[in-house]
Write a protein that binds this ligand. Sequence first.
Ligand code: ADP
Ligand code: MG
Length: 228
Amino acid sequence: MNQKKIIELENVSKSYSVGESLVPALSNINWSIYSEEFIAIVGPSGSGKSSLLNLISLIDHQTTGKILYESKDVASLSEDDLSIFRSEKIGIIFQNFNLIPVLSAIENVSFALQVQGKIKDQKEIEKRSALLLRELGLSNFLNHRPNQLSGGQKQRVAIARAIITNPEIIIADEPTSALDSKTALEIIQLMKRLNEEKKITFVFSTHDTNIINEVDYKLELKDGNIIG
Ligand code: ADP
Ligand code: MG
């Protein structure tokens, strides 16, 4: 493997202001993510998993410390640079799928490519979206809307939507917590397959021990600190 460093956190802390007080969520995190890694962030509720994922997704800002994306300090990037990072490098998968309810599976996936704006030809967009959905086992569901799909199928559509734009890293906060344990395991195995076949880096949080056994690397958080 020829791994490169994608993201580096240097002494990163995060706290939230609530009224007059500060709630600490992460303290002095030093951590690097390399290409092609498949990483589970584990830890009890309140340990800082979502706070950490929101920082590396560029959804939120750290309170102190530095976050580097491909060696560039995120704090020094313009809004334009940040939006390029968000649309070209990062794919996000949500706990509750966040599919657009009025759009079919193929339209949900196509929409991500349309928003990215790199491919203009609508036929080409649909062709790529259909191909990927078929690859993810959804050949018979291309025209189904989210409410006509099971939880596992919805999450497959969401995965297709996240990877159709060719991101370098997929970030997912508890992507399996809305699924039964068998489906949850299938989704993680699918993510692992995509990691191996397409060399996409995955960072996701979970507290499911069945899933933790599937990963080669886990980052364990407790009270906002890395403990393992
Ligand atoms: P996890 O995802 O592991 O459950 P979080 O990152 O959500 O952990 O939370 C870490 C700590 O930060 C907890 O004490 C939580 O209450 C606090 N916290 C998280 N988000 C907010 C917020 N938006 N406002 C205030 N406190 C927050
Ligand atoms: Mg959380």
